[in-house]
Write a protein that binds this ligand. Structure first.
Ligand code: PLP
Length: 392
């Protein structure tokens, strides 16, 4: 199925809604039935026909079909946020006494899920450096049920070898789940490498305009049905029909936006990685990136984020640099139209800043849809104003 077909045609049964080009927002919580027999039929299996919008809704169904096809999956569920997608996909597949292996440094709330929330219910987790397959092998326990991946992560972009991990997991009957948000399904298709479930936050590229939260879970029909019938319905983290519609609208331009963001990010990386005020560039498609070969193997191309370590001796310089940027908004998140900057030093108490710790000097950029040349000039002028010690 080609990308244009998925984004523009798949799932859109226009004959059912006056041949309208834009799909309708079926803004209803409830669905009515002609007779008791029809109601009984629907109650038997909520996964077949809409009964109540916490389960199925026709606007969401169009989105589900497109998102599943983008991932090369049989089916998908959409939920109210990325963290809900992770939580529901994991929860539906563990019980008390089970063990999970998760890559180190995952998204912060994924870390909290495995470190804090699930241990309260008797599910334990081992965090490992996922860059080496032997670390997965060594962390295996008889009760390991899930290997949770995030490749790349969204700060320093460490990868996992998806083919090798899925081979290992299959040999032990362990489920693999990946957070594929950095790449989006356009730049990486983990299911093709044998991964069982992909999740992503639709708040980033799928929504694409920083005006909607959402999450996606993709997998086999059997797995999606299982998740739907268990924890999806029970947790009730439903996506609203209006937010689903916003995402359908955004999907029309997904490939244009992802391409532009990827292209502009690589232009900026090419310029900045040689810059005298930058000590280190973190970017999977940079030649100096330790896992560059693996990135080229399993990813189609880079996403729109990269991180730099500034050559500075003080936190004040980092703050001055970030405060001097005129074309970047200072914020968490990413994946929208607008370029963003996020310095690590904002997440630590100022007095603990230590320039000898490279992590403290990291600044993450997300490159949006603006003109790359203008963004480059903006970073240049901010480096000029902010970064002056060069004493490292
Ligand atoms: C990699 C990654 N996964 C998951 C999430 C959570 O998504 P949401 O904010 O939609 O809950 C985020 C949010 O920033 C993220 O960056």
């Amino acid at each position: 199925m080609d990308l244009s077909y998925i984004l523009n045609i798949l799932g859109e049964e226009r004959e059912n809604y006056y041949h309208a080009v834009a799909p309708p927002i079926i803004q209803t919580s409830n669905f009515a039935f002609d007779d008791v027999a029809a109601l009984r039929e629907s109650l038997k299996d909520e996964f077949v026909n809409p009964l109540y919008s916490r389960g199925l809704n026709p606007t969401l169904d169009i989105l589900r079909k497109k998102l599943a096809a983008l991932d090369g999956a049989e089916d998908a569920l959409v939920v109210g946020s990325g963290v809900a997608a992770t939580f529901i996909a994991v929860l539906a597949n563990v019980k008390q006494g089970d063990h999970v292996i998760c890559v180190e440094k995952p998204y912060s709330w994924t870390n909290k899920l495995f470190n804090d929330l699930l241990p309260r219910f008797g599910v334990t987790c081992t965090f490992i450096d996922g860059t080496k397959i032997e670390n997965f092998e060594n962390a295996l326990k008889p009760n390991t049920k899930i290997i949770y991946l995030e490749s790349p992560n969204t700060f320093t972009f460490e990868l996992q070898d998806l083919e090798a991990v899925s081979k290992l997991a299959k040999s032990k009957n362990i489920l693999t789940i990946i957070d594929n948000t950095y790449c989006s399904p356009l730049n990486q298709k983990p299911i093709e490498w044998g991964i069982d479930i992909t999740i992503q936050t639709a708040t980033k590229y799928i929504g694409g305009h920083s005006d909607v939260l959402g999450g996606v879970i993709c997998g086999s029909s059997e797995m999606i049905k299982k998740i739907f019938k268990s924890d999806f319905l029970n947790i009730g983290a439903t996506l609203s029909p209006f937010n689903a519609w916003l995402m359908l609208r955004s999907l029309r331009t997904l490939d244009l936006r992802v391409d532009r963001s990827s292209e502009s990010a690589s232009k900026l990386v090419a310029h900045l990685e040689l810059h005298p005020k930058i000590e280190k560039m973190y970017f999977p498609f940079s030649k100096t990136f330790p896992q560059n070969e693996l990135a080229k193997k399993q990813m189609k191309r880079n996403g729109g984020m990269f991180t730099v370590a500034l050559k500075v001796n003080s936190i004040d310089e980092i703050e001055k640099f970030c405060n001097s940027l005129k074309r970047f908004l200072m914020a968490v998140s990413w994946g929208g139209h607008e370029s963003l900057v996020f310095p690590v030093c904002a997440s630590i108490p100022k007095e603990t800043f230590d320039p000898a710790i490279i992590h403290h000097r990291l600044v993450r950029f997300y490159i949006g849809l603006e003109d790359a040349e203008i963004l480059k000039e903006d970073i240049e002028q901010a480096l000029e104003v902010g970064v002056n010690s060069l004493l490292l």
